[in-house]
Design a protein around this ligand. Structure first.
Ligand SMILES: [Zn+2]
Length: 171
């Protein structure tokens, strides 16, 4: 056990806590180190189709017309970053986060929302503070090809997003 462990309270046994974020209201922060490719947590909200959603806040798409709604837990507070430290992995209807690099204790857990948005309009302004900030989140297909390729190679793009291009290409 290192010195830091003595300060970790019982609420953060899984290595994660929700607290105020400098850039975006509340966020999820680590209380321990996560290694690259380590499982971080799974989204635990109820599965809903788009017709039963009034508010898409805290809702993430996992498959064609299938969304994971808010859970009331820390998965509702994961913020976007244009240079995130986690990637989304999915095997519908399951959706979870994996560390994309080593994450140190105290870092905010972030994902790139664009990886699970196949189609716009998504005019959400971004002020994540990353040197590579795009200033708007946009859709997966609006990312530059290098970034798209990297996310695909990391298994970070749900199948329905990749299939979207095949659908549009056939038109
Ligand atoms: Zn940004």
């Amino acid at each position: 056990m290192n010195q830091g462990d003595a300060n970790v309270d019982h609420a953060s046994e899984n290595g994660l806590v929700v607290r105020e974020s400098a850039t975006a209201g509340r966020g999820v922060f680590t209380t321990r180190r996560f290694e690259r490719d380590e499982f971080v947590f799974a989204f635990a909200g109820p599965l809903v189709d788009e017709h039963s959603i009034n508010d898409f806040t805290h809702t993430i798409q996992v498959d064609h017309n299938l969304f994971v709604g808010p859970s009331g837990g820390l998965d509702d507070f994961v913020n976007h970053c244009c240079e995130p430290n986690c990637v989304l992995r999915s095997d519908p209807p399951r959706l979870w986060l994996v560390a994309d690099r080593t994450i140190e204790p105290g870092e905010e857990i972030t994902i790139d929302y664009a990886t699970c948005i196949p189609v716009g309009p998504t005019l959400q302004y971004c002020c994540c503070g990353s040197p590579r900030c795009r200033h708007r989140i946009g859709t997966f297909w609006e990312l530059d090809s290098e970034t798209r390729k990297r996310y695909e190679q990391r298994g970070a793009v749900p199948k329905y997003v990749l299939e979207w291009s095949e659908v549009t290409a056939r038109r």
